[in-house]
Write a protein that binds this ligand. Sequence first.
Ligand SMILES: C[S@@+](CC[C@H](N)C(=O)[O-])C[C@H]1O[C@@H](n2cnc3c(N)ncnc32)[C@H](O)[C@@H]1O
Length: 246
Amino acid sequence: MTCESLPATWQCSDSELFIRFSDVFVPRREEQISAMCDLLNDLAAPRILDLCSGHGQLSEAYLRRKPDAHVTLLDRSPEMLASADQRLKAFRGRYELMLASIEERAWRKRSSYDAVMTSLAVHHLDAEGKRALYRDIREMLTPGGVFAMTDLVEAAGPGTRQLAADHWAEAVRRASLEQFGSDEAEKIFEQTEWNYYRLPHPDPVDKPSSIAEQLDWLREAGFANADVVWMYAGHAIFTATREAIE
Ligand SMILES: C[S@@+](CC[C@H](N)C(=O)[O-])C[C@H]1O[C@@H](n2cnc3c(N)ncnc32)[C@H](O)[C@@H]1O
């Protein structure tokens, strides 16, 4: 992978690390992916948008689970999309790739979907960016459509921030041993200061919002049934639906 650098954003070098270590760096990764797929399990022949899809792990799990699904993978990183294309070879014809930024408005008007899923990316937007995104996603969903999001969330205070940091570090320690047989991945997690909750200062790249704020913004956007179904180590899974009859 040849990396070009953009300041104060997700970097190509982050993609390289994430492709190699996502199953260690993301706490309880398998459980998260499975819970995300559960949220979209009841949709019939769904057209899905995987927003900031990365190298396609979530899309792969969903395409495997739902043989009648079609997924559009959107990401700003050509390297991530190339890696997703490689991973999804067995599903040709059931997915497409879209090179775009989450901040752009053009892709939001282009299509409608039965569900929008997104994993570990919306925290790159600030509060206003998230609010606008939730409004636009609701508009993009067909009636009865589902939004599912797993993401970092801001802690409500120093106590829960400390707990999130410690739980995340412990999850990475275990996963590094299980998957690499050593602390190799754990050391890289620490060296690269991947644990957001240990950072002493605000971060220009990661801007998580609290669970309470996000549930409010989802309701404000017109979603029904906004809820959190899972949380661990500062990572929470949200869902909300567009009412079938309005
Ligand atoms: C932590 S990775 C998560 C990837 C994937 N969703 C997953 O869970 O495996 C964050 C992803 O967001 C993408 N990303 C970061 N900033 C973005 C932006 N402004 N617009 C679109 N994609 C972005 C990165 O390229 C990367 O693929």
